[in-house]
Design a protein around this ligand. Structure first.
Ligand SMILES: Cc1cc2nc3c(=O)[nH]c(=O)nc-3n(C[C@H](O)[C@H](O)[C@H](O)COP(=O)(O)O)c2cc1C
Length: 205
């Protein structure tokens, strides 16, 4: 494998949001989690968990409850309805028709002391969220090379109480994102990327 091969995989991965009804078998799911588990993590803590939802009824119910939760929040704050809000509600439940939904979680407790974190350049210095994010990217790439489609989603987490009230989640972990997973029923064009000169700065002074 060289840079060109790697870039072929990296650049051809897309976020897939529409899926066929084909079931994703357990062996594939295990392989995806295995790929995720080889991501770098802070102090090699591997402070991540992957909660797999496969039952369509449960996935539909979670999507419906998530939409209602965000709708209720918007109604309570008495904001006039706008297209943007409709979109927010839509994206909150956009995982509804995924055959598999993975709730990715990261460890709540930081690996370093609270005092040092308080003066850190970013609260992300604790590394827990970023480790889980790195695991997600491994999982997305592995799904892609297997012919599966996936989309990382944080909008559903706006429905905080839905995820917090789930039974038997691992203690000491909190949600990082969802990954909707299945066989793709769409082939979206690659969204444009910013040019390198707009995202990189060299400091050689
Ligand atoms: C942290 C994160 C959160 C995201 N949340 C959502 C989401 O809630 N809903 C959604 O449809 N896509 C979501 N996406 C997917 C992005 O929209 C997508 O990655 C971006 O448009 C680029 O498209 P590509 O992944 O096909 O290259 C998210 C991606 C990331 C990395």
């Amino acid at each position: 494998m060289d840079y060109k091969d790697l870039m072929q995989v990296v650049c051809s991965r897309r976020s897939i949001r529409r899926f066929t009804g084909r079931r994703v078998d357990r062996e594939r799911i295990e392989q995806l989690v295995e790929a995720a588990s080889w991501a770098p993590s802070n102090h090699n803590r591997q402070g991540w968990k992957f909660i797999i939802f496969e039952a369509a009824d449960e996935i539909h119910a979670l999507a419906e409850r998530s939409r209602r939760c965000v709708e209720a929040f918007l109604a309570e704050t008495r904001r006039p309805a706008t297209a943007q809000m409709d979109e927010l509600v839509h994206f909150t439940g956009a995982f509804e028709y995924a055959p598999v939904v993975i709730l990715v979680m990261h460890k709540k407790s930081p690996a370093v002391g609270k005092a040092i974190l308080a003066q850190a350049a970013s609260e992300l210095a604790s590394g827990e969220v970023l480790s889980a994010a790195a695991a997600c990217q491994n999982l997305l790439l592995a799904a892609h090379v297997m012919g599966l489609g996936a989309c990382m989603m944080t909008a559903p987490l706006l429905a905080g109480e839905v995820w917090k009230s789930l039974d038997s989640l691992p203690a000491g972990y909190e949600p990082t994102c969802l990954i909707a997973l299945g066989y793709p029923d769409e082939a979206p064009a690659p969204p444009k990327r910013k040019k390198l000169e707009h995202i990189v700065e060299y400091r050689n002074a």
